[in-house]
Ligand binder design. Structure first.
Ligand SMILES: [Zn+2]
Length: 86
C-alpha cells in the first residue's frame, strides 16, 4: 500500500464526496478535485445528456409548463392543451 494513502491533504472528490487517493503510477496534479473514474463518468454523462438527464438525473420533459406525464393525464381527462411555437 503506498505511503500516505489515507492521510493526505488531497481533499475530497467534488462528485462523490469520498476522499481522494494519491496516484501510484502517474504523477498527480495539484489542482485535482475529482477521482479520475468520477470525472470520466461525468464526461460520459454530458456526452449522453439528452438520454441520461431523464434516466439518471431525474429530469422531466416539460410541455406547456407541465411535465409530460401531467400533460398526458390532462389530455386523457379531456382537457385541451395549446402548444405555441415561437
Ligand atoms: Zn469521486
Amino acid at each position: 500500500m503506498p505511503k500516505g494513502l489515507w492521510e493526505n491533504d488531497l481533499g475530497y472528490c467534488k462528485i462523490c464526496h469520498k476522499k481522494l487517493r494519491p496516484f501510484n503510477k502517474n504523477e498527480d496534479f495539484k489542482t485535482r478535485k475529482f477521482h479520475i473514474s468520477c470525472w470520466k463518468e461525468l464526461l460520459a454523462d454530458i456526452k449522453h445528456y439528452n438520454k441520461r438527464a431523464y434516466t439518471k438525473y431525474d429530469h422531466k420533459k416539460v410541455v406547456c409548463g407541465v411535465t409530460i406525464d401531467e400533460a398526458r393525464e390532462r389530455i386523457l381527462n379531456g382537457e385541451k392543451i395549446i402548444i405555441d411555437f415561437d
